[in-house]
Design a protein around this ligand. Structure first.
Ligand code: ZN
Length: 293
């Protein structure tokens, strides 16, 4: 095992106090993560990455409500006077976009077309006028975009449909840092409400083949390099095990309502969100196997 940290997404088990969050973690001389708690009783972090360049800050995902993202913008301003100029919407989910009204103006957004369609539909269906809308000039990244932002080479990558369907990753080749957003949930049970189970596995195959020293998750803690590699692999194993268990029940002809009770998650039953996300995972795998996805 690479390093002596408790492998968990639970801040208390990890040895933190709740008051240690939100926090900014330095990953390299100009790359940081920002971790704040996800909403809800079960505490775990929503993890974003930001890159400071000579021409501005690149932010990869943000927090889930206006107050949390306001604090994040303030935390970035404590690190650098550079303005936030670019934002990658790597996950379109509300816990990563719901605070976007607190981002400053003049930002160039990058987003996958699937996520743009989801956000545009949500805004159109909202009962009240939304506090934030994806700007019309957002740059679409259907596959891959190579950028040079203030001297830092940045590759925005679509590794395939995974947790949201429009999942983007951000790779910094010079430093071999890979931000995977919700394609990688560090010690958090595979959350499948809007997932594509078998395609998610393929996306993780690709992620593990990318030449990175450190892999940054969308939920769970920022790890040291060697631990991050082990935990990405462990997450990949967990997703595979969850899909296999649901598939076993499906093939045995167990009705889905019964399968959610029978599913045995083994070592992953203790992961954050296992009790709430386990049944959702069973239903999603059943959907995929029966061709309803
Ligand atoms: Zn999330």
């Amino acid at each position: 095992m690479a390093q002596d940290v408790v492998r968990t997404a639970d801040p208390i088990k990890r040895g933190f106090k709740l008051s240690d969050f939100p926090r900014t973690v330095q990953v390299s001389p100009n790359v940081y993560t920002y971790e704040d708690f996800h909403a809800g009783a079960e505490k775990f972090t929503t993890t974003n990455m930001f890159v400071v360049t000579s021409e501005g800050v690149l932010l990869c995902d943000a927090q889930g409500d206006a107050e949390a993202t306001r604090k994040e913008v303030e935390a970035i301003a404590k690190i650098t006077p550079q303005p936030i100029k670019w934002v990658v919407i790597a996950s379109d989910h509300g816990d990563h976009t719901g605070g976007n009204s607190s981002l400053p103006g003049g930002i160039t957004f990058f987003i996958h077309p699937n996520s743009k369609a989801i956000l545009d539909r949500q805004a159109a269906n909202a009962k009240r006028p939304p506090s934030w809308r994806l700007p019309a000039d957002a740059v679409l990244v259907p596959d891959k975009k190579d950028l040079n932002l203030g001297g830092e080479r940045v590759q925005i990558l679509f590794l395939g449909r995974a947790h949201t369907g429009g999942d983007l990753s951000v790779y910094l080749p010079r430093q071999k840092i890979l931000f995977l957003s919700e394609t990688f949930l560090n010690c958090v049970f595979p959350a499948m409400r809007s997932a594509y189970p078998s395609e998610w596995l393929k996306a993780l195959d690709k992620a593990e083949k990318i030449d990175a020293n450190i892999y940054i998750p969308g939920h769970g803690f920022t790890e040291q390099a060697a631990v991050s590699k082990e935990e990405l692999h462990e997450y990949h194993r967990a997703l595979k095990a969850v899909i296999e268990e649901a598939t076993r029940l499906y093939k045995a002809g167990v009705p889905v309502d019964e399968a959610v009770k029978q599913a045995n998650w083994g070592e992953y039953a203790s992961w954050t969100l296992a009790s709430s996300q386990g049944p959702i995972a069973v239903r999603k795998v059943y959907e995929e196997l029966s061709g309803k996805l």
